[in-house]
Design a protein. Structure first.
Length: 565
């Protein structure tokens, strides 16, 4: 007999009741909408009469039949008007038209007797009203008289009202259906979470009953849970307790031994199946580790390609200095990457040894729960260690690649300065980390500039490296501070370090090519000169340096937010 889900039955009854209630509400909305739309159409007819009263009355007064027919024909073409009749002052029909004119009982149609009369009409399918047409004769100040020249009858149909009501109800109906579908989905998910899923888990736990380990087969009941499912679980646990007591008595008989042997055979079969399943799971883990190893090799290839690209760009002396900072970063990044990669290789090797031990135990039928538990712990720890170190290496490579590619590119793009400056600082961590110096960035998150990313990265890199090389000699804990602000047209970058600074004599020559205070100690004298050229020529900005004795060196850079035309 097919099982019927309690949650499915309850959900069906609740949603059916909701659909019926929604249907009745929808019908009521349609009825109210009908009367509302009919009232709106009636008001439209009255407004239309007021609008054309002057021109139509003048056409009748001047006996202008062409204008009269044109006005009547134009009115008959309007979607709201289904019939139109125009009488003269003697109640004679002088124009009539419309799609449903034949449905009007003209024998009962009479023109109003006074200029202010309005007669309503409703025969079930058509409705409307008849109003007097008046002409105001006002040719001079002494003659200002209103004459009744005829009447105008305008009619609409209930079909028009129903059509408009249905049109207005389409969107709410679609929204109601979408909302109903969403409600059905949410209620179904709640039933699965609160009833179906706990019942399935309870059934699975009961199905894993081990007669040899009844105490371990007890169901775990939450201390905060107090419902029918917890009562059922407690009853099951009580049954297991009584079953344990019964097994103690059976152990005194020979029949218990026979049953125990049979259960042992069954347990061996279950264990073999479990070993097969664990072996398949282990194979999957090994496959994933192999894939991660391939990804690691791919990351190494990308890094090698980046290093080759950097080496090929050193053609001229100024270009060599421009890329010198990247050369120093490569060694630091390579060292930083080798550490997580080495840890990952060690973890994979350790996991491979554990797999060999597990394979040996399976082959010799020495596998125990302890062996399997230790192997799973080793596999989890090794996998977590490999993933964490691969992610660390990937983050280092990504930061290095973004800055390196920007420094070799002349393309313009929009750069968010806080995030981009942090990328540059991240790429310099191999140089910054061995020191106790700090880089501080004060900048709003919304500050952005459209320029050559490579030029901007080179400026930041050269300024930081220049401070590390020259400013902090003899300083253990220096600070480099970026204060970045934004106006409507310009970005202002104030750079300051807390180093030794330079003399006024040297400050005047700071941006000159080949000027350095460490001639013969590795300084080429092109660092600040390249910064000056990048700011003034590539980015069309300005740069100025300032220094006071013992207060460190400061740079003030002003850049246009967009490239000048």
């Amino acid at each position: 007999m097919q099982m019927v889900s309690i949650s499915h039955k309850l959900l069906t009854k609740v949603l059916t009741s909701f659909v019926i209630l929604t249907f009745f509400v929808f019908i009521i909305q349609l009825v109210l909408g009908y009367f509302t739309v009919r009232y709106e159409i009636e008001q439209e007819l009255k407004q239309l009469h007021s609008t054309i009263n002057s021109s139509l009355s003048q056409a009748i007064w001047e006996l202008n039949d062409n204008q009269l027919v044109a006005i009547g024909y134009s009115l008959s073409l309007m979607p709201t008007i289904k019939a139109i009749i125009i009488h003269d002052e003697s109640a004679k029909v002088i124009y009539q038209g419309g799609q449903l004119l034949a449905q009007i009982n003209q024998t009962n149609e009479q023109a109003p007797s006074s200029p202010t009369d309005t007669t309503s009409y409703d025969n079930g399918s058509l409705f409307g009203f008849t109003s007097t047409l008046s002409f105001n004769l006002a040719n001079n100040a002494q003659l200002n008289t209103t004459y009744r020249v005829g009447s105008l009858s305008l009619y609409s149909s209930n079909t028009t009202v129903i059509t408009r009501v249905i049109t207005q109800a389409v969107i709410p109906t679609v929204g109601m259906m979408v909302g109903m579908a969403l409600l059905i989905y949410l209620v179904n998910q709640l039933f699965k979470r609160l009833l179906t899923a706990p019942l399935e888990k309870l059934s699975q736990d009961i199905s894993r009953l081990d007669l040899d380990k009844l105490h371990q087969s007890k169901l775990n009941v939450s201390s905060t849970q107090n419902d029918e499912l917890s009562l059922l679980a407690n009853s099951f646990n009580l049954m297991l307790v009584k079953l344990e007591e019964y097994q103690d008595h059976l152990k005194q008989t020979q029949q218990e031994l026979i049953d125990a042997n049979f259960q042992l055979d069954q347990q061996n079969l279950s264990l073999e199946q479990e070993v097969t399943r664990k072996t398949a799971s282990l194979s999957q883990i090994i496959s994933e580790l192999a894939q991660q190893k391939e990804d690691l090799e791919q990351s190494k290839d990308e890094l090698k390609a980046s290093l080759m690209q950097l080496e090929n760009t050193k053609d001229q002396l100024v270009e060599s200095e421009k890329m010198a900072s990247l050369g120093s970063l490569v060694a630091g990044i390579a060292h930083e990457i080798n550490t997580p990669i080495g840890i990952g290789v060690t973890a994979v090797s350790y996991l491979a040894d554990a797999i060999g031990e597990l394979d040996h135990a399976v082959a010799n039928k020495l596998l125990t729960n302890k062996h399997m538990t230790e192997f799973l712990k080793t596999a989890k720890d090794s996998s977590r260690l490999v993933v964490a170190n691969l992610q660390k290496a990937s983050k280092l490579i990504q930061s290095f690649k973004e800055v390196a590619v920007d420094q070799t590119s002349e393309a313009h793009r929009t750069i968010h300065l806080p995030a981009y400056l942090q990328e540059v600082i991240q790429s310099l961590q191999p140089i910054l980390r061995p020191t106790q110096h700090k880089v501080i960035v004060n900048c709003d998150d919304v500050v952005a500039i459209n320029c050559q990313a490579g030029s901007l990265a080179q400026i930041f890199t050269n300024l930081i490296l220049n401070s590390l090389t020259h400013a902090f000699e003899g300083v253990n804990q220096g600070q480099i501070v970026f204060n970045i602000s934004q106006t409507s047209d310009f970005i202002t970058i104030d750079y300051h370090d807390t180093g030794n600074g330079i003399s006024q004599k040297h400050l005047d020559s700071l941006f000159e090519p080949f000027f350095t205070t460490k001639r013969g100690q590795g300084g080429s004298g092109l660092g600040t000169h390249i910064v000056y050229n990048l700011v003034t020529q590539s980015l069309h900005g300005t740069i100025a340096a300032a220094c006071e004795p013992g207060q460190g060196l400061s740079y003030s850079i002003q850049l246009p937010q967009t490239k000048p035309k």
